[in-house]
Write a protein that binds this ligand. Sequence first.
Ligand code: SAH
Length: 238
Amino acid sequence: MIQSRNVDAHEIAKFERIAQQWWDPSGTMRTLQTINPLRISFISTHAQIQGARIADIGCGGGILAEALARAGAKVVGIDQSVQAIEVARHHAAGQGLAIDYRLQTVEELAQTEGGTFDYFTCMELLEHVPDPGAIVAASACLLKPKGLAFFATINRTVKAWFYTVIGGEYILRLLPRGSHSYARLIRPTELQTWAKTSGFEFVCSTSLMYNLWTQRFWLKPGTEDVNYMMCFTKKAGA
Ligand code: SAH
């Protein structure tokens, strides 16, 4: 059963407050801009982006959606932050990119356009919603058979908490303060269980690694360390 409202108003309010920073190269969302080429590289290893129909869930100001559109995808970006959608629309127009941005939940999109997407991206969203398993289930509904889903989230371990919250938010200021709570972080086994229950097969995972001294990010395939991505395929007939 797909819930119609799986939104935490408190979380959305946090994103409304930082909406003007989505594209600021020195603002609090700059880390998402920095890691974006690595995310696109992970996606394009498994997916043929050119010409694909992609749903980007929790698109924010459109950092990932724009990169997908530039690579030739037809993108629908949805978010629950009014201001993020406004910023995303405005920025895409300035770049000459035609992206279909909507103020919707994934559950709502799945009800009207289920089975019509080749791929689904959901990056750094699961740890901000009350019922992440429902997002995974709705994502399966959105996809065509054999479609791919890409998730990125943060592991619920002491190390991940330390790196992301203490290191990332408070010491290095790579992320907005107060953006993550420990209880909402997600273990890889939890994501895999929700995906399996929703009719997905696991394809692969990778971690986003960070070197404090060089201030560089890179991918470590086959691991789920702190900030990790997972790719699943929707089973034919699921
Ligand atoms: N995916 C983007 C932004 C991640 S930040 C990126 O990685 O670059 C998380 C985004 O999810 C915010 O823009 C927030 O407003 C949005 N969000 C939170 N709950 C949501 C929900 N239930 N449905 C859709 N978007 C949501």
